[in-house]
Design a protein around this ligand. Structure first.
Ligand code: NAD
Length: 462
């Protein structure tokens, strides 16, 4: 016997559970199918566990610098890795339970099992729960997985992905991180802080290659102070493993020995083959092709989040889930400008950006004035011993509109929301007051500098 719903969502990560809740809020009867743990990659092996570990090592680093703040700490401050991992797991468990309760409190029926779409409006669930579901609309939110490179495939012991790196039983003596992107930079900060000898190998010319060059240079300089060796313009071609670790081979003939090789070369969208074939879904490589309404090539089948391969960000998935759910429940909506989805990297220092950067403006032939402000001139930042970094605000010379903001420094992942508000804002700088003393004043100074009006940045020729 089959059960009937208005909407069936496959996948319980940020894209899936947000879709389910939004559809339920709009009055639909909803089923949510999840084969592993509720919360998906973000909650279980991504955003939240990595932030828990980063918070522990941030505390550790601050404690080590206590004397700079006028404090004497007796004895050494050392990481207790098993306790750090246990704390991370407790945080994950709490949120997984919380999100499950939240879904149920919205009247959504959860099916624990693998969902396969047999035909439009028909989903089979197998696993802990077995069921045949019928519905008007299907939302696919089946996520992504780490890219596995044939020349150095995961063995999940010595050649590992971020999933294993978040739960290693002990701190390795050394680690080579293949890829200086978002995961590579965050993981490098975690492991270097607990005493592991970390080398990042990045194929392109800078760390975080999607950001402007100054961001990569500044990060590399600061990483050096943390003991991280960053190698750019270096491509990994192979990794050999032995009982005592790995040897990472570079294209130029060099090799680097390490106890672990962490492969962080990107993620790839996932959708089970049967569903793709049964529906005849149009694909973009491994990702499900969608339009601006998040509708797939099949009517009444939507797809969101990593499965569509756009942002690979939880908050990108939330945004896409809102659009898909609105359309699925009869409220027309479409995705706006993807550049306006903020990007946030929780390295030391943090990096955040929104809108266009200098490189993209140049590619689009946009003439910009770059307003700059350093953290070292900001009273609050210096008082906190966090005077490293810079904020840049880009003003379009043609119409004075703010096109983008890029930030490197402590807590910029929080400040990027204010940066987002500047884009498209018609408020005059003179009318906008930022509290003093706050770190946010660095953003105000950079914004003012884009108009030649900064109070605390010496004038430069534009
Ligand atoms: P990424 O795309 O950010 O970085 C991968 C890097 O690997 C690139 O810089 C690439 O040039 C490099 N690379 C590829 N092949 C290489 C080789 N053979 N040798 C050396 N370098 C090589 O991917 P990621 O860091 O794996 O992250 C995966 C996804 O997860 C990303 O889309 C990211 O946005 C997302 N994520 C986001 C956050 C966050 O928002 N804070 C955190 C973690 C992951």
């Amino acid at each position: 016997m089959s059960e009937t719903f208005d909407v069936v969502v496959i996948g319980g990560g940020p894209g899936g559970y947000a879709s389910a809740i939004r559809c339920a809020q709009k009055g639909a009867s909803v089923a949510l199918v999840e084969k592993k743990a509720m919360g998906g990659t973000c909650l279980n092996v991504g955003c939240i566990p990595s932030k828990a570990l980063l918070a522990s090592v941030h505390f550790l680093t601050q404690a080590k610098h206590a004397n700079l703040m006028g404090l004497d700490i007796q004895g050494e401050v050392n990481p207790n890795w098993p306790k750090m991992i246990a704390r991370k797991e407790a945080i994950v468990a709490g949120f997984t339970k919380g999100v499950t309760g939240l879904i149920q409190s919205n009247g959504i029926k959860i099916y624990n099992g693998a969902g396969v779409v047999a035909a439009p409006g028909k989903v089979s669930v197998s696993g802990q729960d077995s069921a045949q579901l019928e519905c008007k609309t299907i939302i696919l939110a089946t996520g992504s997985e780490p890219i596995n490179i044939p020349a150095f495939p995961f063995d999940y012991k010595t050649i590992i992905s971020s999933t294993e790196a978040l739960s290693l039983p002990q701190i390795p003596d050394s680690m080579v991180i293949i890829g200086g992107g978002v995961i590579g930079c965050e993981m490098a900060c975690i492991y270097a802080a607990v005493g592991c000898k970390v080398t990042i190998v990045e194929a392109l010319s800078q760390l975080l290659p999607n950001e402007d060059a100054w961001v990569g240079s500044l990060l590399m300089k600061e990483f050096k102070k943390l003991g991280i060796n960053s190698m750019v313009n270096c491509k990994v071609t192979a990794v050999q493993t032995a009982s005592d670790g790995a040897t990472v081979q570079l294209e130029d003939g060099q090799s680097i020995p390490a106890e672990k090789a962490l492969v962080a070369v990107g993620r790839r969208a996932c959708c089970d083959k049967e569903t793709v074939e049964n529906l005849g879904l149009k694909m973009n490589g491994p990702a499900i092709a969608v339009d601006k309404q998040m509708q797939t090539s099949v009517p009444d089948v939507y797809a969101v989040g990593d499965a569509v391969g756009t942002t690979y960000l939880a908050h990108g998935a939330f945004q896409e889930a809102e659009v898909a759910s609105d359309n699925a429940t009869g409220h027309p909506a479409q995705m706006g400008d993807y550049n306006l989805i903020p990007r946030a990297v929780y390295s030391f220092p943090e990096v955040a950006s929104v809108g266009l950067n200098e490189r993209k403006c140049a590619e689009q032939g946009l003439e910009v004035v770059v307003g700059k402000a350093p953290f070292r001139s900001n009273g609050r930042s210096v008082a906190h011993n966090e005077g490293v970094g810079e904020i840049r605000v880009l003003r379009n010379k043609t119409d004075d509109k703010i096109l983008g903001v890029t930030m490197v420094g402590a807590s910029v992942t929080e400040l990027v929301a204010a940066g987002r508000a500047l884009i498209g804002s018609t408020e005059k700088i003179e009318e906008v007051c930022f509290a003093h003393p706050t770190v946010s004043e660095v953003l105000k100074e950079a914004w003012e500098d884009a108009f030649g009006l900064s109070l605390h940045v010496p004038p430069t020729k534009k």
